[in-house]
Ligand binder design. Sequence first.
Ligand code: GLV
Length: 316
Amino acid sequence: MKVFITREIPKVGFELLKKAGIDFDWYKKDSVIPRKEFLRRIKDCDGLVCLLTEKIDKEAIDTMQRCKIVANFAVGYNNIDVEYAKSKNIIVTNTPDVLTESTADLTMALVLACARRLFEGEKYLREGKYKGWKPMLLLGTELRNKTFGILGAGRIGTAVGIRAKAFGTKIIYHSLKRNYYLEEQTGAKKASLNSLLKKSDFLSVHLPLNEKTFHFLNKERLQLLKKDAIIINTARGEIIEEKYLIKFLKSEKIKAAGLDVFENEPNVNPELLKLNNVVVLPHLGSATVEARNGMAELAVKNIINVLKGKPPLTPL
Ligand code: GLV
């Protein structure tokens, strides 16, 4: 039995495969595997560990002759045609829970970076402009008593809500289902989408990306945001119609944005990079040792289970 991994993952994953006596190989270069090579190497694998940088579409699924399981090294799975994989009897898994806390921490880092203009301050100092304390230098905004809106109150949205509560914000959320746990923990109130958009001082996006959520925050919806609103996206770039976000940030119809994800990732619209009221990060949500080890362990345990005839731990 053979497992292919599309890029190096933390060694805990490799060790588990060795211990289980499963043969494996991975793409050894420190870059995204080129599509041609990817298709060539998945032909005869029994299990595949892939990243969000690989499209597991019909072509890839039809290429795999023997694959029983595709284990995505990510919680989001918009890179995979799950229904088609299932129709070919391929199990698909993701890595929920293990990255929730890391992603929520990073979301708060972006909230604070935008609220307190951290990177503007950093840049100012590094450029040698700091010549002494002054009363009106780089004034930001406090979180206390502000309305913190959560769009999509799943695992990560909930973990963000709990953190935001500790900063003294009032939490509102919009989600398909009522989240009693979030309500109990934070006093959060469920809101209609319009009310969430109109009331939030901070709006944090935690929706999964799918056909229904592509450009969910379009021009009309972005227009509903307060002039002082700060928007944070650690979910997927395509959820926001980026050209309108840029337009509104430029004209200061939206105060600031903290973005860990982009519409055309890994390409970032150069217009965004020109703006001082934007904080951009290279998709670091789950980039902690703890989360990445957890992801490697979970993805590989899913593979081992399925290849040994047991049920996967986190199937989609
Ligand atoms: C990262 O973006 C993930 O979905 O795990």
